[in-house]
Design a protein. Structure first.
Length: 76
């Protein structure tokens, strides 16, 4: 199941940190690449389909899951 804006907003109502797994990328040991949420979802009023969620991978790599790459990630 890929991530949508509605599924993120429902999941973020809980007080837990969300964890995401990449559908195709794997770690060296064969487990899926995981990222965890580090901030709140940003939504745009003028573009209702647009959203952005900051996530962290490893110790130093931070990026955003947004409407462009959300189909590559799934909730754990």
């Amino acid at each position: 199941m890929s991530i949508t804006k509605e599924s993120l907003l429902v999941a973020l109502e809980t007080k837990y940190v969300l964890t995401f797994e990449h559908k195709t990328l794997k770690n060296k040991d064969g487990t899926p690449v995981r990222a965890r949420q580090i901030g709140k979802v940003k939504v745009w009023v003028r573009s209702p389909d647009r959203f952005s969620l900051p996530v962290k991978y490893g110790m130093y790599q931070c990026f955003y899951i947004d409407n462009n790459n959300a189909s590559e990630w799934e909730l754990v």
